[in-house]
Design a protein around this ligand. Structure first.
Ligand code: UD1
Length: 424
């Protein structure tokens, strides 16, 4: 496996451009299965999760081509409806193909999904919702078999605004008979991006970004082009990296409205933020200030995915910060690795108490999950000496060329390929 070697203490300076949002690309690629023709997706990040998703589309008979960050999917013929167990276990978002396959092929067969190990991640809301839309679903130990005679509109009240369940309902009911209403729908910007794509293909979906979404089913979708929104979690990762090094960077292609939940936190840390259209400049003080309390919440609350890189930055703030994780039950697994840098962070169930320290020392650490892995990179940028970050496969799921971009910002970081490591 590849590792990152990072020599800390360089101050980040310079300019960087965000890539497209992983959490937007994955549902949009699943939704492309509904289009009997060619879909063109621009700004599609080249990430391992995206490559797996494109592989799933190919396994169904779609033709897929990538040219730079543009992906072309020809879903004129779809002749498969089963997802490989290995892929399902690797990537939880493959569950989004359930709704897409049911709408397109009226059948789907999948295994229980995996993904980042950040606590139990049930799929009961997906299953219940698809049943309400007319699917017959048989759960059989670790696999699920679904059939339907086409999706039929229904009113679905979600007990929790699950991002994935909202996306699955939207995708499944885009091609359906009748009208679907989702009450307590997730309001994340990535939901709006998915709906913008589907509507550009002729779907009739109203209210995305609000608590109630209405879908008037149509009989088919037509080919279209779409540009994936910029990745807001990547933006908060660069902001954390800049903050921990006391740097000054400009981030291009940001969608400011998607970042409003994190801006006040960086302001409270003492960072100055300047917005000009889609450019964000962040200037960090020498010593960050503590943040009294961060609570992760569904959008428009503070995003759980930004929790880890920001916790790393707060580890060197003056004073004590507190983070409460409300979305996932086990999202602090990376903290024990972070403490190897000399951070002083206590965990009590879903609460992290971060006692800011002045200095971090280098460490040999293991990424436990995607965003937790990013937190380790952020800490290593500040630590004295050379750190090693192992298990990059987690980080590669969601960050494209992270080391190249951090290098451009002045960090001393390199990826050591597995083979080179072996020779050393
Ligand atoms: C998506 C994002 C992930 C982000 C999360 C919350 C993608 C590919 N992933 O994940 O990066 O951290 O939103 O913003 O977009 N739940 C149930 N039953 C269900 C579904 C969810 O109990 O059927 C629970 C989960 O266990 C979790 C909470 O709801 O505690 C949030 O999950 P959800 O919003 O569905 O997140 P994902 O779609 O998996």
């Amino acid at each position: 496996m590849d590792v990152f070697k990072i020599n800390g203490k360089n101050t980040l300076k310079g300019e960087v451009t965000l890539h497209g949002a992983k959490n937007s690309a994955l549902p949009i690629l699943a939704a492309a299965l509904l289009v009997k023709g060619v879909t063109v997706i621009h700004n599609c990040p080249d990430l391992s999760d995206v490559r797996e998703t494109l592989g799933i589309l190919e396994s169904f008979g779609c033709k897929v081509e990538r040219n730079g960050n543009t992906v072309v999917i020809d879903a004129s013929v779809v002749d498969g409806s089963e997802i490989d167990e290995h892929v399902m276990r690797l990537m939880r978002s493959s569950i989004l193909f359930l709704g897409a396959l049911l709408a397109r092929n009226h059948s789907a067969s999948i295994f229980l999904p995996g993904g980042c190990d950040i606590g139990s991640r049930p799929i009961d809301l997906h299953i219940k919702s698809l049943r309400a839309l007319g699917a017959e679903i048989i759960e059989n130990g670790s696999s699920i078999n679904c059939t339907c005679r086409g999706m039929t509109g229904a009113k679905i009240i979600l007990p929790f605004p699950s991002v994935g369940a909202t996306e699955n309902i939207i995708i499944a009911s885009a091609i359906s008979r009748g009208r679907t209403i989702i009450v307590n729908a997730a309001r994340e910007p990535e939901i709006c991006d998915l709906v913008q794509f589907l509507n550009s293909c002729g779907a009739r979906i109203y209210g995305a970004g609000e608590g109630t979404v209405e879908i008037e089913g149509v009989s088919e979708l037509h080919p279209s082009e779409h540009r994936i929104m910029p990745d807001r979690i990547l933006a908060s990762t660069y902001m954390s990296a800049c903050a921990i090094t006391g740097g000054n960077i400009i981030i291009h292609d940001v969608k400011p409205s998607s970042l409003t939940p994190v801006f006040p936190i960086f302001n409270e840390m003492g960072c100055r933020l300047y917005l000009r259209d889609d450019c964000l400049e962040i200037s960090a003080p020498n010593r960050l200030k503590r943040v009294k309390m961060i609570k992760t919440m569904p959008y428009p609350g503070f995003p759980t995915d930004s929790q880890s890189p920001i916790a790393a930055a707060l580890s060197v703030a003056r004073g004590t910060s507190v983070i409460k994780e409300n979305i996932f039950e086990n999202r602090f697994r990376y903290i024990s690795e972070l403490n190897r840098f000399g951070c002083d962070i206590d965990i009590n169930d879903r609460i992290a108490v971060i006692n800011g320290v002045k200095h971090l020392k280098c460490a040999n650490v293991y990424a436990t999950d995607l965003r937790g892995g990013a937190a380790l990179v952020v800490a290593a940028l500040r630590a004295e000496g050379e750190s090693t970050i192992n298990q990059l496969e987690h980080i590669d799921r969601g960050y494209e060329s992270l080391e190249k971009n951090l290098l451009l910002l002045g960090a001393d970081i390199k990826r050591i390929k597995n083979e080179e490591e072996g020779k050393a």
